[in-house]
Design a protein around this ligand. Sequence first.
Ligand code: GLN
Length: 530
Amino acid sequence: MKYIFVTGGVVSSLGKGLTAAALGALLEQRGLRVRLQKFDPYLNVDPGTMSPFQHGEVYVLNDGAETDLDLGHYERFTTGELSRLNNLTSGQVYEKVILKERRGDYLGATVQVIPHVTNEIKDRIYKGTSDDVNVLITELGGTIGDIEGLPFLEAMRQFALEVDREDVLFLHCTLLPYLKAAGELKTKPSQQSVAKLREIGIQPDILVCRTEEPMTDEMREKLSLFCNVPVRAVIEEMDVQTSIYELPLALKAEKVDDLVVEHLKLKAPDSDMQIWHDVVRRLKAPSHEVEIGVVGKYIELQDAYKSVYESIIHAGIANDSAVHIVRLDAEDIEKDPAKYLANLDGILIPGGFGDRGTEGKIAAAKFAREQGIPYFGLCLGMQIAVIEFARHVAGLKDANSTEFNAATEYPVIDIMEDQKDLATKGGNMRLGACPCTLSDDSFSIHAYGQANIEERHRHRYEFNNAFRDQLKKSGLRIAGTNPDRDLVEIIEIAEHPWFVGVQFHPEFKSKPNAAHPLFANFIATALKYK
Ligand code: GLN
């Protein structure tokens, strides 16, 4: 087993997570089995409770863990399945240590950051992997110099001592700012950030430099000298032109995989990058184009619907089509849906919580249904479609979800009886992978090409089965159900080019070279009816 630790310096938002993921992709192409994990120094026990405003999307794993969105990059770039053991926060570490202390496990010892906290962190490095894995890549969130990151760095330093130094590689991502006035890239912040790392006892083996301008040989030599890294291990990472999916090829061009394989003394055949060349070729020269509206609440934020946007791009790749994503604020749409929606080839409503923008989303679903525009509703987007259908087709006036109106006469979306007890305790989300059986002749079974599927969930409310027959009679198709609890997982409208709402989050299972079948089918239909 070999270990790569990825740290970042100078500024946040360096794309460290993407670099780690792309490195994973590159190593997989050399036949290695890779696993990725993220350490987050904040005190939240998990990112599930953090606002998308601050932290972007919550990425959900098969086992139901609510994790940092970087795990989404990891799963999109590599094939290894991740679990809750692959995302560790300081909050989890301290929770565990304090619990042990309360139980008396430390037998009266003084409980300290070193060794008790660092031991917990090291333990997770061992646990984040399994026997079939060759390389574990662990990314540390935050920036070198942050006080809260120190225990993690200390644990990594100790870890390298504990296993063989040969089995560990430290990769440091840094920024070379370009100073217009001086007309050059600056290396000083990188020097200082590496100096800080070395103060802790970590000498990076590879330095990945984010830069807008190409680096000169002189600059590489300078960074090599001051940062104590061989010249060939000073890596240029230019801003990618078209897409993040160029990154594995960019790292390959800088021979990062050779450095890793040599340093870690791995036996690995040379890489075949065909998959990534194909992805990038299709992204750069698509034959078609299509315009998809995403109607949401956090539309101005880059990262709140990260996996949704990526899945739409993957579906574009699968259909050899460019996809222009039009981000629409649900609150704007309410007054005049046609103004915003009439020219779109498809409308997607992603997941969400809270009632802001709900009526705008209902107006968007209505417009899509009436105008025959392909519609794809994810989680809340499915619930919205049910409410809209109940109100305007089934005649259930003011039908709603009890999330938005607890007193509604027609609670078509509600918390199920067997969950109500939990609901009052606040711990009642349906999380993680659940099975779903698809009905014959549905859009969904056509897309998946099979009747039994498994998808990830993250929601409290469900389609209310008390209204199932009535809505079915009015023309709503129940296209997928949970075989264990008879919950409605997919609704469709048959008399429509493509109208699909899913209670789950398919966006967590799409990859650039393997688009999710529903997303692929949605975009294919949007192209067809354009
Ligand atoms: N707020 C809705 C629920 O809790 C939908 C959640 C979501 O879209 N992830 O059921």
